[in-house]
Design a protein around this ligand. Structure first.
Ligand code: SF4
Length: 867
C-alpha cells in the first residue's frame, strides 16, 4: 500500500495539513496530518469532507470562447491580443487582474510579475482585499511591514485569549479546537468581543456584545486602563515604540460608553487584560471589514505595543485570515498597493530592486486600483480588459449586482476557474483551471507557515495550471523568456531568490534559504528562512521595519459605521460564514453532508424585531438596502441584538439566486485599506408573505420556477426549498416541469381545504421525486424525506418517519450525521451534562469536533430550561 500523500486543506487560513490516499478511481480518502504544525492531525467538518468534493461534476474542461468550446491556442491568442490591443490603444492602466486567496503562491507570483513588471500597471487586486486588507494596512502603519508577529503556539501558551470580530468556532475551527484544548489544560480565559452571540461565545468566559463598530473605543479604554494601572512596559516603549503619548491622549478622549457594554462587564475585561501578561488578541473579519478597520487594527496593536506583549511566548496580536493563501498573496505582492516580497511600490529602491531582479521593461510607481475601485472602473469603461482568476466577484463583492453589471459592460473579460459560476457566465473567455488535488504549489497560513499543496490526481480534460496559463499569455505578448518556467518548483525557486533581494533591502519577508530546497519534499516551514533568520516570532526585542526601527502607536479616534440607520433603513446587517460552507460554495456544496447543517440562506433577527415586523419562524423576509435586495429564511434568535440582523454570505445564483446577500451590502470602504464594510450595511426588512411554500426532493436536478428557491445536494439527489407569490394552475404540471419528469406516475395527497398538496412522481414503483406544498412554511422531517428518494413506494408523502422510527431532526454533527432531535432526546433521557458524555452516548462531536460548540449550547439550553 502506498503511503498517503501530504498536502494542505484548500479552505481557510488555518492551513491544516492533510493526508490523502487516492483510490485510483478519481477519489481519495482524507485524514488530518498528525505531523503538520497547524493542526496536528485535526480537521474540521469541511476538511474532513474533502474527499466528497472530488470528481468532475460541473467542471469546465475545455476553453470556452463566447460560450463555444475552443482550443487553448485560440483562447490564449485571443487573451494576449486583446490585452495587447488595450495596452497599445489606452495604456497599461486600461487592463487589470482580479485574483484570489485560493490561488497558489506560484500562480500569484506569475500574475504579479506579468502585470507589474511587464505590462506595467499595478491594477492587480485580490479578493483578499475583502478579507484582511485592514490588517495589512494596520501592520504596515504600526510595524513598517505586514508582519504577523506571533504563532499559533501562542494561543496554547496564553493565559487570556481575546477574540475580536472572530467566530473562530465556525470560521477557523481547528484553531478553536486548539484553544478549547488549551483552555481545558491550563484554564485559559477566553473573551469574545462580537455584537452577535456566535457559536464561539458558547465556550467563552465573557462575551462582550458591543455596539457595531465600537471596537476602537473598547481598545482605547484598554489602553487607558493599562496606563492608569501601571501595566505599560516603560522600558519596551522607551526603547522600541514611538507615538505612545499621542495614542494615549487620543484614547483618553474617546468614550467607552459608545460600546454600549455594561460597566461590570467592561471592568472585568479591563481587569483581565491589565493583569494578564500572556494575552493573545485574535482578530478577523469583524475588525477588518469596516470603514474604520485599519484604525481598529491599530487600536488593538497599540495595547500590545504599550505593554511589550508582542513576539514572546503566549502573547501578541494575531490576525487570522479567511482564505488558504491570503497570506501568500500578501507576501507575493498580489495587492494593488504592494510590490513583491512585502516591498513597496512607492519606494524607489524597492522598485529598482525588483525590476533589476526581473530585468523587466516596466514597473509602476504608484498603487493600482483596489477591488471596489477596480470594478467601478470596469463599469465606467476605464478598464477595457480584465482577467479574473479563481474568484466569483459577481457574488462576493459588495454591491454585487453593480459588479455583475460592470463585468458585463467591460469590453473583454477572461475568467480562469474550475466550474461555471455567476462570474464565468459574464465572461468572453473561460479558461479551465486545475483545482485542489490536481495542482501543485505552496500556500502560507495565518502564522507564516508555508506548506505544500501536492497534486494526486491528473489534470482532467484540458484543465491547466494557473501559473502556466499566465506564462502562456506572457509568451504570446513577447515575454516568453521571463516566464519560461518548467514547473511550479522553478517558479518558487525564483520567488525565493527575489525574497533575498527584499531581505537585503531590509524587509521582513525573506525565504531565500528555500531557493535551493527540494521542493517535492519541502516540509511546512515558517518564514523567514534565510542565512541570518529562521521562522520564529518577531519584535520581542524591537527591530521594527520603520525608518527609525520603532513601532508606531497611532492616535485613534473611533468612528461609527459609515452609513447611519434611520426611518427608511432601520436595521444594521452583519454578514459572515456558516460552519460547513466556504465562500461561494463552489466546492463545499458538492459534499452532501456539508449541506445538511444549514441548507439555505437565512436571516437572524431578534424576537422583538420579528414580532414588530410580523415575521414568524421559518417564514421569508425581504432584506433591502440602497443597492439591492435579498429574500431569506427567517431565523428568530436572541443571538443578535435588537436592531441588528445577520445573514451568511455563501449563496449564489446557482444555489439560491435571491439569497445573494452581497447584492445588499454597500460598497463603502476603509479610506486606508480600501476594505469594504461588509458587516454594517443599513437595511430595511419586511415580510415576503408568499402565497405558497414548498419543499422538493429529487434524484435528479431540480429546475425551480419560483419567487424564492434554494437547492442543495443530498446523498443520492437534491433537496430544494421553494416559495411563490402566485400558485400555479395545476400542481402536478408544476411538479413535472420542476423535476423534468413528464411521464412519471403521479401519486398525490391533497387537502384543498388546508391548501396542502403532496405529490410523488414515481417509476417502476419507486419514488423519483416529491413535492410538498403548504400555505405556511412546510413542516416535515426534511432529512428523512430526502433519504426516501429512490425507495420503493411513496411512504415519504407522510412527511415523517413511521411509528417507532424517530425523526433525527436537522443535522448537527455532519461527520456522523447525527440530528438535533436525536441529541436533545439523549440529553433528556440519559441526563447528559457534558459534551464528552454526548460523545460517549452518541459519538456526536467525536470526529472533527466542529459541532462541539453547538452541543455545548444544547446542554446550556437544557440547563436554562431546568432552572
Ligand atoms: Fe481546512 Fe478546517 Fe483546517 Fe480550515 S480549519 S484549514 S477549513 S480543515
Amino acid at each position: 500500500m502506498t503511503a498517503p500523500l501530504r498536502t494542505t486543506c484548500p479552505y481557510c487560513g488555518v492551513g491544516c495539513g492533510v493526508l490523502v490516499t487516492p483510490d485510483g478511481r478519481g477519489g481519495a480518502s482524507v485524514k488530518g496530518d498528525p505531523d503538520h504544525p497547524a493542526n496536528f492531525g485535526r480537521l474540521c467538518s469541511k476538511g474532513t469532507a474533502l474527499g466528497e468534493t472530488l470528481g468532475l461534476d460541473q467542471r469546465t474542461l475545455t476553453p470556452l470562447i463566447g460560450g463555444q468550446a475552443g482550443s487553448w491556442d485560440t483562447a490564449l491568442d485571443l487573451v494576449a491580443s486583446r490585452f495587447a490591443d488595450s495596452i497599445r490603444d489606452h495604456g497599461p492602466d486600461s487592463v487589470a487582474f482580479y485574483l484570489s486567496g485560493q490561488m497558489l503562491t506560484e500562480d500569484y507570483y506569475a500574475a504579479n510579475k506579468l502585470i507589474k513588471g511587464y505590462i506595467g500597471t499595478a491594477n492587480v487586486d485580490t479578493n483578499s482585499r475583502l478579507c484582511m486588507a485592514s490588517s495589512v494596512a494596520g501592520h504596515k502603519r504600526a510595524f513598517g511591514s505586514d508582519t504577523v508577529p506571533g504563532t499559533y503556539e501562542d494561543i496554547e501558551e496564553a493565559d487570556l485569549v481575546v477574540l475580536v470580530g472572530s467566530n473562530l468556532a465556525w470560521c477557523h475551527p481547528v484553531l478553536y479546537q486548539r484553544l478549547a484544548a488549551a483552555k481545558q489544560a491550563r484554564g485559559t480565559k477566553v473573551v469574545v468581543i462580537d455584537p452577535r452571540r456566535t457559536a464561539t461565545c458558547d465556550g467563552a468566559d465573557l462575551h462582550l456584545a458591543l455596539a457595531p463598530g465600537s471596537d476602537a473605543a473598547l481598545f482605547n479604554a484598554v489602553l487607558v486602563a493599562l496606563a492608569d494601572r501601571g501595566a505599560v512596559d516603560q522600558s519596551y516603549v522607551a526603547q522600541h515604540v514611538s507615538g505612545f503619548d499621542d495614542a494615549l491622549a487620543a484614547a483618553r478622549t474617546s468614550d467607552p460608553a459608545i460600546t454600549g457594554l455594561a460597566v461590570d462587564d467592561l471592568d472585568l475585561f479591563l481587569d483581565w487584560f491589565v493583569t494578564t501578561e500572556r494575552v493573545v488578541t485574535i482578530y478577523s473579519q469583524g475588525i477588518n471589514q469596516s470603514s474604520s478597520g485599519t484604525d481598529k487594527v491599530n487600536a488593538i496593536l497599540n495595547c500590545h505595543l504599550a505593554t511589550g506583549r508582542i513576539g514572546r511566548p503566549g502573547m501578541g496580536p494575531l490576525s487570522v485570515t479567511g482564505q488558504p493563501n491570503a497570506m501568500g498573496g500578501r507576501e507575493v505582492g498580489g495587492m494593488a498597493n504592494t510590490l513583491a516580497c512585502h516591498l513597496e511600490i512607492e519606494n524607489p529602491a524597492h522598485r529598482r530592486g525588483v525590476q533589476a531582479f526581473w530585468q523587466s521593461p516596466a514597473m509602476p510607481d504608484t498603487s493600482g486600483l483596489k477591488a471596489v475601485d477596480l470594478f467601478q472602473a470596469a463599469g465606467e469603461g476605464r478598464i477595457k480588459a480584465l482577467w479574473i482568476i479563481h474568484t466569483n466577484p459577481a457574488v462576493s463583492m459588495p454591491d454585487a449586482d453593480a459588479v455583475a453589471s460592470a463585468i458585463k459592460a467591460c469590453d473583454f473579460v477572461v475568467v480562469s476557474d474550475v466550474t461555471r459560476t455567476d462570474t464565468t457566465r459574464l465572461a468572453d473567455v473561460i479558461l479551465p483551471a486545475t483545482v485542489w488535488g490536481e495542482k501543485s504549489g505552496t500556500v502560507t497560513n495565518s502564522d507564516r507557515t508555508i506548506s505544500r499543496q501536492r497534486a494526486f490526481l491528473p489534470a482532467p480534460g484540458q484543465a491547466r495550471d494557473d501559473w502556466r496559463m499566465i506564462a502562456d499569455v506572457a509568451a504570446r505578448m513577447g515575454w516568453g523568456d521571463a516566464f519560461d518556467w518548467a514547473d511550479p518548483a522553478a517558479v518558487f525557486a525564483e520567488y525565493a531568490q527575489l525574497s533575498g533581494v527584499a531581505g537585503d533591502l531590509g524587509g521582513d519577508f525573506d525565504i531565500s534559504g528555500l531557493a535551493q530546497v527540494d521542493y517535492d519534499t519541502l516540509p511546512p516551514t515558517r518564514w523567514p528562512v534565510s542565512a541570518g533568520k529562521t521562522g520564529g516570532r518577531f519584535f520581542a526585542n524591537g527591530g521594527f521595519y520603520t525608518p527609525d526601527a520603532r513601532a508606531h502607536m497611532l492616535p485613534i479616534t473611533p468612528r461609527p459605521p459609515a452609513t447611519r440607520t434611520g426611518a427608511r433603513y432601520p436595521f444594521r446587517l452583519n454578514t459572515g460564514r456558516v460552519r460547513d460552507h466556504w465562500h461561494t460554495m463552489t466546492r463545499t456544496a458538492l459534499a452532501p453532508r456539508l449541506n445538511q447543517h444549514i441548507a439555505e440562506p437565512y436571516l437572524e433577527i431578534h424576537p422583538v424585531d420579528a414580532a414588530d415586523l410580523g415575521l414568524a419562524p421559518a417564514t421569508l423576509a425581504c432584506v433591502s438596502s440602497p443597492t439591492g435586495q435579498a429574500i431569506l429564511r427567517v431565523a428568530i434568535t436572541d443571538r443578535v441584538q435588537q436592531g441588528q440582523v445577520f445573514a451568511p454570505m455563501h449563496w449564489t445564483g446557482d444555489t439560491a439566486p435571491t439569497g445573494r446577500i452581497d447584492a445588499v451590502v454597500a460598497a463603502v470602504t476603509d479610506p486606508v485599506s480600501g476594505q469594504p464594510e461588509s458587516k454594517a450595511t443599513v437595511v430595511a426588512i419586511k415580510a415576503l408573505n408568499p402565497a405558497w411554500y414548498g419543499f422538493a426532493v429529487s434524484a435528479g436536478p431540480i429546475t425551480p420556477d419560483a419567487t424564492y428557491w434554494a437547492r442543495a445536494r443530498h446523498a443520492g439527489g437534491w433537496r430544494c426549498e421553494l416559495a411563490g407569490q402566485t400558485p400555479p394552475a395545476d400542481w402536478e404540471s408544476y411538479a413535472r416541469a420542476l423535476f423534468n419528469l413528464p411521464d412519471a406516475t403521479c401519486l398525490s395527497v391533497i387537502d384543498a381545504k388546508r391548501g396542502t398538496y403532496r405529490l410523488a412522481l414515481m417509476a417502476e414503483g419507486r419514488t423519483l421525486a416529491a413535492l410538498f406544498i403548504a400555505p405556511d412554511p412546510v413542516q416535515l422531517a426534511r432529512g428523512h424525506v430526502a433519504d426516501q428518494v429512490g425507495q420503493a413506494g411513496a411512504a415519504l408523502l407522510a412527511g415523517r418517519p413511521g411509528a417507532g422510527m424517530p425523526d433525527p431532526g436537522p443535522t448537527v454533527c455532519a461527520c456522523l450525521n447525527i440530528g438535533l432531535h436525536t441529541i436533545t432526546a439523549a440529553i433528556a433521557a440519559q441526563n447528559l451534562t457534558s459534551v464528552a458524555q454526548i460523545g460517549a452516548a452518541l459519538q456526536a462531536g467525536t470526529n472533527c469536533g466542529s459541532c462541539r460548540p453547538e452541543l455545548a449550547a444544547l446542554l446550556g439550553q437544557r440547563l436554562e430550561a431546568a432552572e
